[in-house]
Design a protein around this ligand. Structure first.
Ligand SMILES: [Fe+2]
Length: 583
């Protein structure tokens, strides 16, 4: 990292009294970057509360859980600054029942300094305190007020053999581009965990990433900095507070335990690492200023850490941004599923500048070291996938795994350069390793494109995009299921094709076109928004992509099944089972 690109390298906008770099100098960095370990208390009065008190006044962003282990979870909340009292204790209770008659854990934290340092957010780590493979109810109590009651879930032990695992998969929830009734439906789903593959916030408040109908939504935002794009920690914190003020988003996080990743919009659009400047870069008005961008990305990861309950390694004093945060990690759901999470933003090389055609997209056109993951993470990913002994091996790959070609022959382009079509040499290295190791039952769960996709992953594909000249079709090594956006702008919306007769006409047409041009893609849709549920059992894996009407801010918003696929255990075979799931 350049000397002038440190955390204090920015000259504007000015930072307030809550500047976290100032706090860093007064707080031990270890304190700052680890969840709170609660302590026991003999003072039973801290658990007393007034049942009539409004939880939203004390806990305006409600509660959440994440970072599951076989013996715990991280519980999250935020205390309203107006309700904050340095003398009060934050109490937490976990029970096996909703009435809290069978309380299995009680603890408190009194660290008012740390709570203030983190925008009044608290991550309480209960690792070591709970039993494996259990669903629990939990609540916080603060100054005589109880939070809502949430549900959380621990992992099975690594040597357990659960029969099934159901994941709700989420991506891309631009607050300004629609309402969140999809997240109300997610709250009501019978899933074990939520997996978020990124874009849980968008870093603009002027509708920059929104669609033509964004004015229809009553979703005003206004950054503390007064700018249209994020400038600093206060702006990122504002975004998380605003998004988490949504009742349906709160419901989803109250109801399920989160396994979170990030993509570019948690930072800035199209974020990548500029090796020449040893600093992050991307789509931001001040992207040419490496010191500013370094501080901005440091602020973004700090706010993410404060607001997303996640078990990650984070050292806010680390020299290099790339060494500060280790998002990549894996989860074992007994011997049924291994889930691998990756960081696809902090290490990625710049996007290519040329129009991506068949004459420049492909491993042979890329320099040998070109990377999305960075060498260390890539080798860890390959080792984790190829050494997995669980029935299903799942990579939460945030961006499109497989190639997507539009056009035919020499006139084809590969428009999704933010996905693996922009990093084909590294994709080839990963897919060939997985193919050579004969990994059974391999699945990627992706997002980013605001589409539904069901596709085959292959060792190579027609055309030259992933192999040498004349390769007809490689071996099928796994499948990809892309989850749609909750609300974010999709292709059809940008072209004003989603509504009325235009929608009815173009929806099947786009599906037909994309699948005809890409034989490895079995299903494609970019006309809807919602979420997906992916279930793994001993016999099969099933993906159901739901559409929920984002234009109404109501729990009664229509929900329908866009597509459903099943993959039998032991075979790489996409079976369209949509009819089974349509009511
Ligand atoms: Fe997105």
């Amino acid at each position: 990292m350049a000397n002038d690109a440190g955390i204090g390298g920015r000259d504007e906008p000015s930072r307030g009294a809550d500047d976290h770099s100032a706090l860093l100098s007064t707080l031990d960095s270890h304190d700052l970057a680890t969840a709170v370990a609660p302590s026991e208390t003999s003072d039973a009065s801290v658990f007393d509360f007034d049942p009539q008190a409004d939880p939203a006044e004390t806990f305006p962003q409600s509660i959440a859980s994440g970072g599951p282990t076989p013996t715990g979870v991280i519980l999250w909340t935020r205390i309203a600054p107006d309700a904050f009292d340095a003398a009060a204790s934050l109490a937490v209770q976990v029970a096996t029942d909703a009435a809290f008659e069978d309380i299995v854990y009680s603890g408190v934290t009194d660290d008012d300094r740390r709570i203030r340092a983190h925008d009044h957010t608290v991550n309480v780590d209960l690792d070591g305190h709970l039993a494996p493979n259990q669903a629990y109810h939990y609540r916080f109590v603060y100054d005589g007020v109880a939070s809502k009651t949430g549900q959380c879930q621990t992992l099975p032990r690594p040597d357990d053999s659960p029969d099934s695992l159901r994941l709700g998969v989420l991506a891309c929830q631009n607050y300004q581009n629609g309402y969140y009734p999809a997240l109300h439906h997610v709250a009501e789903e019978d899933v074990d965990f939520l997996v978020h593959v990124g874009d849980s916030i968008y870093e603009s408040d002027d509708g920059h990433f929104s669609g033509p109908d964004t004015d229809e939504y009553d979703r005003e935002t206004s950054f503390p900095s007064g700018h249209d794009r994020v400038q600093d920690l206060d702006d990122y914190r504002y975004l998380y507070r605003k998004y988490r003020s949504d009742e349906f988003y709160q419901e989803a996080l109250e109801s399920h335990t989160l396994i979170a990743s990030w993509d570019d919009h948690e930072f800035v659009n199209d974020l990548y690492w500029d090796d020449r400047r040893d600093a992050p870069a991307g789509d931001h008005p001040r992207a040419d200023d490496p010191a500013f961008m370094t501080d901005l990305v440091a602020d973004a990861m700090h706010a993410w850490w404060e607001y997303m309950p996640a078990r990650v390694e984070y050292d806010p004093n680390g020299d290099s941004l790339q060494e500060r945060f280790r998002l990549w990690r894996s989860f074992a759901f007994g011997d049924l599923v291994t889930l691998v999470m990756t960081d696809e933003r902090l290490f990625r090389d710049p996007p290519r500048e040329a129009i991506p055609t068949v004459d420049n997209v492909g491993p042979q056109y890329e320099p040998p070291g070109r990377t999305m993951l960075g060498e260390q993470q890539r080798e860890w990913l390959i080792d984790t996938i190829t050494e997995s002994t669980s029935t299903w091996t799942v990579w939460a790959d945030e961006v499109l795994t497989v190639p997507l070609r539009l056009g035919s022959g020499p006139l084809s382009i590969y428009p999704v350069q933010g996905g693996w079509d922009g990093y084909t040499r590294e994709r080839q290295r990963i897919t060939e390793s997985i193919g050579a190791a004969d990994v059974d039952n391999y699945v990627t769960l992706t997002g980013d494109m605001h589409c539904y996709v069901a596709a085959y992953q292959q060792t190579s594909y027609p055309g030259r995009v992933s192999g040498g000249e004349g390769v007809a079709r490689g071996d099928r090594i796994g499948v990809e299921f892309m989850t749609p956006a909750v609300t974010s702008l999709n292709i059809a919306e940008a072209l004003r094709l989603t509504r009325g007769w235009r929608g009815r006409l173009t929806e099947p047409l786009l599906t037909w076109l994309v699948t005809a041009m890409n034989p490895h893609i079995d299903f494609f849709d970019s006309h809807n928004w919602g979420y997906s549920v992916v279930e793994f059992t001993r016999d099969d894996c099933t993906y159901v992509g739901y559409a929920v009407d984002k234009t109404v801010n109501s729990p009664d918003a229509d929900r329908s099944v866009v597509t459903a696929y099943r993959v039998p255990e032991g075979a790489v075979e996409l079976e369209d089972v949509t009819d089974e799931y349509r009511e």
